[in-house]
Design a protein around this ligand. Sequence first.
Ligand SMILES: [Zn+2]
Length: 301
Amino acid sequence: MAVEIPFRREFSFEYGRLEPVAPGVRRIVARNPSPFTFRGTGTYVVGSGEVAVIDPGPDLAEHVEALLAGLSGERITHILITHTHRDHSPAAAALKEATGAPTYGYGPHAGGKRGEPAVEEGADWDFLPDVTVHDGDAIAGNGWRFEAVHTPGHTSNHLCFALADSGILFSGDHVMGWSTSVISPPDGDMTAYMTSLDKLLGRSDAVYWPTHGPTIAEPHAHVRAFIDHRRERESGIIDCLAAGVGHIDGIVERLYVGLDSGLRRAAGRSVQAHLIDLMSRGIVVSDSPPSLDARYRLLRS
Ligand SMILES: [Zn+2]
């Protein structure tokens, strides 16, 4: 039976308004809805008076202006970045310019090349954090403190941020309620993603606040469903290979029935990510470098 992911898509908000969503946490949603961003990027503000901003969002002047207007009389002291996709980090530049606040992130975008066709929202090649954050680092301000949790997979530089004493994990695009994450090689890495899902199962965060869409109130059940979903996808891919379907296009056709045509590229990248993972485990080989066009087959012992 197919794995059921308990997706959550009820989401109430108003574009351009900084709204309280939990004690000490506010959110403003940017007007950049898409098949990859749900209703848009949710930029979080933590604290009051002297605040941290998580994921300032896309390069959209009206979003930065609305955020600054919502924070009038307060001071942004930290700008935190979960990862370098164009719907998350570009507005950091305008926000830093307006406030002087330093940016915090794992590092610049890695993997792939500037100008390469991208699925999803694409890479932000310009972001360079003022402060490099490693797994387990603490980031503290006036009345709040985060622990950084390195969660590579969606991108190699993805961080989640756990807000101390609140049970809240800001999960970025690593774990979202409304959708699975896009894992797009070369920067997206299925092996790393699965390890990063396991990593969250070893933690006791009570609720996840992703950058897109609503909260996840039963995080471990949700993460387990994602793990099961990927294992199910993986066995579907192995079945395709066993049946002689060795091209990614053919595999997508068989496994993603009824897929929106705008999501086909992302599905192809996801299958490619699984195939690369299977190759690293000695289960699959390809006749050429593991690109979207390569032919793949099972390695029989
Ligand atoms: Zn992303």
